[in-house]
Design a protein around this ligand. Structure first.
Ligand code: SIN
Length: 471
């Protein structure tokens, strides 16, 4: 682990074995932190943060910019590390490094533009000054599906705003997190601002971090189920939170949509990063007139996917993260088949080694099928045919999730109207790729609280202070 710029073992000597999901083999072992290591890291972060908060924004900005540059310079190394511990194809991993690095460049620019306000009170009795100091120490809990980008999307604005952080990377992918932190120190980031403490005892680790008096905020990306538990713990200390939680994105295709564009968009929305994204198209609502053509064309495109070790040339979908993920995805497919779905492209689990699942397209799925109500997180596309737009929108919104939605139509006015009626924080209108460091990432309903990226993201890591005065 990395605490205060020192590589350390955990205080009880435990280790995490990091496995390559393409083979199941152990590739490396890292220290597993205890709850007391987590709390010690918060203490170290608090000491480092005091000085950092008073550096000039330009100084912080330059360091973030150097963070972008060093990540770009280390693209090959980081991408390979991501493939080895997460399994995604090399091209996706390289894309992730570029995406992850960009959060540093974008937030370098935001760091020198944190705005305040000044005004006269309505009664004229005083001046009102509003400014945005940093929160303090931020605890970050991040997922394995983007081992670099889900860290930098939080880390860059947190540092830019003047905070210090303690990161709990996922036990599946701690190597990228440790390497990114090391690269940042290599470009001059003061030690103690970024601490990385992997663990196998997440609950106790989190309790200790949250109970440390210096912790002022928690930023989490992961499932809604875990998010709820963390929110309850954060309530005990009234901590500020940002929660990026689960999704269940509807992908809507109207009869008038350009079929090729819709299939291309569907492939991106479903399959980027081996279909393990919370923004992934989860349910396809396709209007009756285009449903057969779309389903067949999607099955052809899904059938052309080459699964395999992400480091191999030509592989376009890697393994799932572990054996449990394969079992979960297969369970949903079997439930849908039992409920009457047609296997238009029959995929399924692949015998080991590794945790592979062959792409699957299901036609004739009913909205009531469990697969339309669970986050699949695997290469499976259930297609539901619709005839009535209002009913389709009702079904699209029939979920507690509200992260992303996708709409394909040649009629832009209809596309905008339908987009506005879908209760989701992000919509791709005739686009399958929507994520961008310059855009506000986040969900409505139980998909989360707060936004990351864009001009909003950095303010999540700030307090608001109002000073009343006269002169
Ligand atoms: C996620 O799946 O958690 C993030 C996806 C993205 O940033 O595009």
């Amino acid at each position: 682990m990395l605490i205060g710029g020192q590589r350390r073992n955990g205080s009880n000597g435990d280790h995490i074995e990091v496995r390559d999901p393409a083979t199941g083999a152990v590739i490396e072992s890292v220290a597993a932190g205890t709850p007391s290591d987590a709390s010690a890291a918060v203490d170290v972060a608090a000491r480092a943060q005091g000085e950092w908060a008073h550096t000039a924004p330009r100084e912080r900005s330059e360091l973030l910019r150097a963070g972008w540059q060093t990540m770009v310079d280390h693209t090959d190394e980081l991408a390979e590390l991501i493939v080895r511990e997460n399994g995604k194809p090399l091209a996706d991993a390289r894309g992730e490094v570029a995406y992850a690095a960009e959060f540093f460049r974008w937030n370098a620019e935001e760091t020198v533009r944190i705005r305040g306000e000044i005004g006269v009170s309505p009664s004229g009795d005083k001046r009102m000054i509003v400014h945005h100091p940093p929160v303090g120490v931020v605890v970050m809990v991040t997922p394995w599906n983007f081992p670099a980008a889900m860290i930098t999307r939080k880390l860059a604005p947190a540092l830019g705003a003047g905070n210090a952080v303690v990161i709990k990377p996922p036990a599946e992918t701690p190597l990228t997190a440790l390497r990114v932190a090391e690269l940042l120190e290599g470009v001059g980031l003061p030690p103690g601002l970024v601490n990385v403490v992997p663990t196998t005892t997440s609950g106790a680790w989190f309790d200790a971090a949250v109970d440390n008096i210096h912790t002022r905020m928690v930023s989490f990306t992961g499932s809604t189920e875990v998010g709820r538990i963390l929110l309850r713990r954060c309530a005990d200390r009234v901590l500020k939170t940002v929660m990026e939680l689960g999704g269940n994105a509807p992908f809507v295709v109207f009869d008038d949509a350009d079929l090729d564009a819709a299939v291309d968009g569907a492939m991106v929305a479903k399959m980027r990063h081996s279909a393990e994204t919370c923004t992934a198209a989860n349910r396809f609502y396709v209007e009756a007139g285009i449903a057969d053509d779309f389903t067949q064309a999607l099955a052809v495109a899904m059938g052309e996917i080459r699964i395999g070790n992400g480091l191999e040339e030509g592989v376009t979908c890697g393994p799932l993260i572990n054996a449990q993920a394969v079992t979960d995805v297969d369970g949903l497919v079997n439930q849908a088949l039992e409920a009457g779905a047609t296997p238009v492209l029959a995929g399924g689990p692949v015998d080991g080694p590794g945790y592979f699942y062959r792409p699957t397209v299901l036609g004739g799925v009913d909205h009531s099928s469990p697969i339309a109500h669970a986050e699949i997180f695997g290469p499976v596309a259930p297609v539901i045919t619709f005839t009535d737009t209002d009913t389709m929108i009702e079904q699209a919104n029939d979920t507690e999730m509200g992260l992303t939605g996708y709409v394909y139509t040649a009629d832009l006015a209809r596309g905008l109207k339908v987009s506005e009626r879908i209760h989701a924080g992000m919509i791709g209108l005739n686009r399958g790729a929507i994520s961008d460091p310059a855009a506000p990432f986040g969900g409505m309903k139980e998909s989360g609280l707060g936004r990351e990226g864009s001009t909003h993201g950095i303010y999540e890591f700030c307090e608001t202070q109002y000073i009343a005065t006269n002169w």
